[in-house]
Design a protein around this ligand. Structure first.
Ligand SMILES: [Ca+2]
Ligand SMILES: [Ca+2]
Length: 167
């Protein structure tokens, strides 16, 4: 045998080393793509929360035709018919839960099928000017909390306050 020729043992060891390196790389790529997927989901969840928050905050503090202290939608108001968003004040959204299927709805109350699997919920409560909970007492400040999660994503929440005080 030529003395420069690789022995069978050397070939086997080389193949094993190459295999270990390739497996190592594929593991790195797998972890990388999982974290990209997770980041993508978090961005989507945040966008869903921000989208609904800007919709809610654009509504009046109080119902235009029936301003009472009670939080929640007035009679016959709903946000489940596509093209007919019946919510017309900030607190109508209190207790609303959308998703995972049907998906969360857009500003016209139409289902956004591409976001099936996400769960979006809203809580509205009275707070004092210093943002502490009023314990149910009526104040001139409503705190809106929009939360989004999915089966693979922990809950993310954003909070804003709508004031009844004209600037
Ligand atoms: Ca209303
Ligand atoms: Ca209302």
């Amino acid at each position: 045998m030529h003395k420069n020729a690789l022995s069978l043992l050397e070939i086997v060891i080389s193949i094993a080393l190459i295999a270990i390196v390739i497996l190592g790389f594929s593991r790195v790529f797998q972890v990388g793509s999982m974290s990209i997927y997770k980041n993508d989901q978090e961005v989507t969840a945040t966008n869903l929360a921000v989208g609904l928050m800007s919709e809610i905050i654009s509504k009046p503090f109080c119902d235009p035709t029936n301003c009472t202290a009670t939080l929640g939608p007035e009679t016959v108001e709903s946000r489940t018919t596509c093209g007919s968003n019946g919510f017309d004040d900030v607190d109508d959204y209190n207790g609303s839960v959308e998703g995972p299927d049907p998906a969360p709805r857009d500003i016209r109350a139409c289902e956004m099928a591409e976001f099936k699997g996400f769960i979006r919920s809203v809580n509205v409560s009275y707070v004092y000017q210093n943002m502490t909970d009023s314990g149910g007492a009526t104040t001139d400040f409503k705190r809106i909390k929009v939360s989004v999660n999915s089966t693979t994503l922990p809950l993310i929440s954003i909070t804003e306050v709508k004031s009844n005080v004209t600037q």
